[in-house]
Design a protein. Structure first.
Length: 202
């Protein structure tokens, strides 16, 4: 085990691993995003979002997110299999809603997106990404993880539930330019022992 690794429990093997994204991963991250959305999220996301995808803009957005994160608490991780990017996760400090008070337990780290390309699913990549984000969040003093999941996305809901997460009781509706998208807020306390073996991997 590499003592300098930021993921002491998830350094991986020669075949599979998780590491911080590099700027030259932006093309692969954007590819995983659009392939996953168009294959696994066709019935979840508005068709206009999928059909009007701007590949160049997405790639540049991910390159900026990796090279110049808005705060030190923001980051992007990639899951690798045989050195190929097969999934990724982006995270950062959660923003408080209007009128919302800080959680007395401590800060929250929000997972903005966690995707594994469908053809690489059920190999533990999603679980490794989730566990790596949890490790990094704990290291910064976060007390909780959170994520907004599209309400129709039962696959993601089962994945997070099997990892010890639960709905927090909040919901929001996003204006997508077409059919509104309702999202549900999920969370997990980092003081609890979260499962590293999510049963529904992506």
């Amino acid at each position: 085990m590499d003592a300098a690794s930021p993921f002491p429990r998830f350094t991986g093997t020669a075949e599979v691993s998780v590491r911080p994204a590099r700027p030259d991963d932006a093309t692969a991250v954007a590819r995983v995003q659009v392939v996953t959305w168009r294959t696994a999220y066709r019935d979840v996301l508005p068709i206009a979002v999928l059909d009007d995808w701007d590949e160049a803009a997405a790639e540049e957005s991910w390159r900026t997110a990796v090279a110049a994160p808005p705060t030190p608490g923001h980051g992007v991780l990639v899951a690798l299999e045989h050195d190929q990017v097969v999934g990724f996760a982006a995270y950062g400090p959660a923003e408080l809603a209007d009128g919302e008070l800080p959680d007395p337990a401590g800060p929250t780290t929000e997972i903005a997106i966690l995707l594994v390309e469908p053809r690489w699913g059920r190999r533990g990549h999603g679980s490794r990404l989730l566990a790596a984000v949890a490790d990094l969040a704990r290291a910064t003093g976060a007390a909780r993880l959170s994520a907004w999941l599209p309400e129709p996305d039962r696959v993601s809901a089962r994945f997070f539930e099997s990892a010890g997460w639960a709905p927090q009781g909040r919901a929001r509706t996003l204006d997508t330019g077409g059919e509104p998208l309702r999202e549900v807020h999920w969370h997990a306390m980092l003081t609890d022992e979260l499962s590293d073996d999510a049963q529904e991997d992506r």
